[in-house]
Write a protein that binds this ligand. Structure first.
Ligand code: FES
Ligand code: FES
Length: 149
């Protein structure tokens, strides 16, 4: 049994130590915001926060997250108040199909925590998430809007 703290709640999971965190979230805890894209830490669709850092959960064994603070897109808002990144996403109509967007938002939220006013170079270096719909220009505009909110 593994104890995980997800979105502020302790959850016990009967899973093997090496099961990827993504699949524990989706299959064992029914938390489906984090998505499966590539499974090899390349696309970012599965991004969550662990102790405030953006982590690609498809490539992290669940045992590495034990006892840490895990936040998924479901836990990013403060109650009914959206995170400023979520608000900027809505204002800029960023999502198209939406598949990559939860991971994208989580990566951006972590970036803004570390760098409240990121440059385009910071964004290029940090937000390496892949969007097959090509929302990159809207993503960039929304990041700058959130930084200035
Ligand atoms: S599914 Fe995790 S990085 Fe692509
Ligand atoms: S919005 Fe469709 S993959 Fe990004």
């Amino acid at each position: 049994m593994i104890s995980l703290r997800v979105n502020g709640k302790w959850r016990d999971v009967d899973a093997s130590d090496d099961k990827p965190l993504l699949w524990v979230l989706r299959e064992d805890l029914d938390i489906t915001g984090p998505k499966f894209g590539c499974g090899v830490a390349a696309c970012g669709a599965c991004t969550v926060h662990i102790d405030g850092e953006a982590v690609r959960s498809c490539s992290l064994p669940v045992s590495a997250a034990e006892g840490k603070q895990i936040v998924t897109i479901e836990g990013l808002a403060a109650g009914s108040t959206l995170h400023k990144v979520q608000k900027a996403w809505i204002d800029h109509d960023v999502p198209q199909c939406g598949y990559c967007q939860a991971g994208m938002i989580m990566a951006v939220a972590a970036l803004l925590k570390d760098k409240p006013k990121p440059t385009d170079a910071d964004i290029n270096d940090t937000i390496t998430n892949i969007c097959r719909c090509g929302t990159f220009q809207q993503v960039r505009a929304a990041i700058h809007a959130a930084a200035n909110a």
